[in-house]
Design a binder for this molecule. Structure first.
Ligand SMILES: [Zn+2]
Length: 114
């Protein structure tokens, strides 16, 4: 499952940060996920609840998910377009010469410890 592997890698990073900062118990993990990743929040939450027990100190941790919209810039007409799906052509001039400007994010924004 896509979400499970994302959560596993995020938990590994969070766990490393926890150790580096000598934190005991994590209460909240806030992540930023771009819509490019097409994750389902409920599935992310379920995976987090299942997988967090494998990481010491995360038993009571809460997951907060922040989504960033998928946006592209058209290299022909320079318009910035917010996409609802991964269809990377410009709706204005129909160019396929576009670049992603937002929506690829996948990182931990903050860790809160008790
Ligand atoms: Zn265009």
């Amino acid at each position: 499952m896509h979400e499970a592997s994302l959560i596993t890698s995020l938990l590994k990073i969070a766990h490393r940060v926890k150790i580096q900062n000598e934190l005991d118990t994590i209460s909240k993990v806030t992540i930023v996920v771009g819509d490019m990743h097409q994750v389902i929040s409920d599935v992310m939450q379920n995976c987090f609840d299942l997988l967090k027990d494998d990481f010491q100190g995360f038993d009571n941790a809460q997951l907060i998910i922040k989504h960033t919209p998928l946006k592209i810039r058209c290299k022909e007409c320079q318009k910035i377009i917010t996409l609802n799906q991964t269809d990377f052509h410009c709706p204005h001039c129909h160019s396929t010469s576009t670049e992603i400007v937002s929506g690829q994010e996948l990182f931990i924004e903050t860790l809160e410890a008790e």
